[in-house]
Each structure stands twice: as structure tokens, then as C-alpha cells.
Design a protein around this ligand. Sequence first.
Ligand code: NAD
Length: 291
Amino acid sequence: MIVIDGKGLAKKIKEELKLEVDAIRSAGGKIPHLAAVLVGEDPASQVYVRNKVRSCEQCGFGSTLHRLPAEATEADVLELVDQLNRNQEIDGFIVQLPLPKHINEEKVTLAIDPKKDVDGFHPVNIGRMTLGLPCYLPATPNGIMEMLSRYEIETNGKEVVVLGRSNIVGTPMSVLLSRKGNPGNATVTICHSRTKDLEAHTRRADILIAAIGIPEMVTADMVKEGAVVIDVGINRVDDDSRERGYRLAGDVDFAGLKNKVSAMTPVPGGVGPMTVVSLLMNTLKASKGIV
Ligand code: NAD
């Protein structure tokens, strides 16, 4: 079985991005600049944002982190979004989700200028993606597309089953893989919590993409021999043997599947690092004014 090494691939792409940014700098061009907004103290969000900022630095991008306290109002966040929309220095920015409960995430997402929406969550970008127009693709599905492409995994005419229909992973993933293109041209089935007889679908999949959020839910009996499995899940599972008291688990039982499938992403070190890289790719695009 091939372990699809997202971590190694992300490192390679970051090196490529750095070379490109170095060349831009030498030519006196605009250095890509990503801003991130973090509201509150959610521990997972802090880790994600720190990773994004560190990755920017590694690639020679400019980055700015705006921290707001958990008690910041919706108006405070909207005001910061407005400032970032108007700041010419910032090419793209993200507002890390989830936001505290008293802030309407939809309102905040809609307030972001689609031209700076490097997370690709704004309806304008989702609409443009669906129509195959230039846009910012949502980071996680974009990272998976890059991974499939670089590992030369054939998707043309394949049966793809996507588990999960969230706006940020499952739904855009199903759109991208069913579109005309490479990767793409697949026959896609999207499954969710109301799907009947999930196993009947998963067992047909040449490529199975799990984005559910239930640790190790996909077991060996659910997959076809030789399938390619992409595990998007990042779940914390209690583990007293670890100093931090938990371990990270995907949505797939990696150990159980490894003798049955042809290629699979690990957790951690699979899709996660590619998500960060795809945000950088979008920011570079933004600095060039491609979208
Ligand atoms: P979500 O909670 O928004 O959506 C989960 C989806 O799973 C829903 O559409 C639901 O219908 C479906 N689902 C739930 N139970 C199911 C079941 N028993 N059978 C079939 N479908 C079921 O989740 P999300 O934001 O898409 O995230 C999914 C997982 O991916 C989480 O573990 C999350 O942490 C992880 N994630 C990872 C990255 C990354 O960069 N690797 C990025 C985003 C999300």
C-alpha cells in the first residue's frame, strides 16, 4: 500500500512557493500577504492559525494575525473584516471558524470581499467553483485535488464516494471531482448521516473520501479491495498514555485497512498539511490578481 504523504508533499510545495516568492521579491513585485483573524481561545483553532502563520513565514509570505477576545462583538469582527477588505497590503484573509456562538458566521463570511476570500467559503466563490470559473477553491478539497494530481491517482471515470456533505469539505469535494477536468470526470456519490446502507455505497468506491468527524468509523469490511482512501477526519480521542491526554484519529481505521487498499492518507500527516498549503496557493493567486 502507498501511504499518501501529505506532510512531505506539503513541504515540497512550500519549497516551490518559496522559490516563486523569492523570484517575485527579486523582481520587485508584490509579496503575497495573508491575514488571519482569530476570535477567542479555542485550542484547536489556535493550533490551526499558528500553523497557517508559520507556513506563510516559511514561504516568504507576509502574514498578520489579528486576535480578538472571546467576548468581541459581531460588530467588532465585521469592522475588522471591513478594514481588511480595504487594506491594499493584504491580498487575502481568513476568519478562523468556529466563531463564538454569539457571532453569526454566515454574516461574517458574507462580509468578506470574494476577491480576498482565500478560504473559498463565500457564496460567490462556491458559485464560481460550481460553474468552473476562476475562483478560490475551498482549502481542504483543493488540497486533496492537488494530492490526487501529484500522486497521479486516476479519477477519470472512477466511482468516487464522498462521506459527509459539509459546505467546507464534502459538498465542494463532490463538485470538484465530478467536474470536467483532471482530477475530475469521476462519477460521484455523496453520502451523509441520512444515507441508508452506507456500506453498499462505500464498497463500490474506487476512491473513498471520508469527511465525517467520527473516529475510525470506516472499517475494512466497508471498502473495496485496492481502493484509494482519503481520510479528512481529525478527531481527538482520549488517550491516557499520551502526555497531552489524547491522540489524533482520522475517520478511517488506518491499521485495519492498510492490507486491503492500494493507497491511503494517514492522520496526522495526510490531508491536514495540504489544507494549509492550499491556503498559501490561494494567497499567491490573490496577490497576482488572478481571481
Ligand atoms: P461536519 O460536522 O460539518 O460534517 C460532517 C458530515 O458527516 C455531515 O454532512 C454529516 O451528514 C456526515 N455524517 C455524520 N455522521 C455520519 C454517518 N454516520 N454516516 C455518514 N455520514 C455522516 O464536518 P466537516 O467540517 O466536514 O469535518 C469532517 C471531519 O474532517 C472532522 O473530523 C474535521 O475535524 C475534519 N476536517 C479536517 C480538515 C483537514 O484539513 N484535514 C479540514 C476540515 C475538516
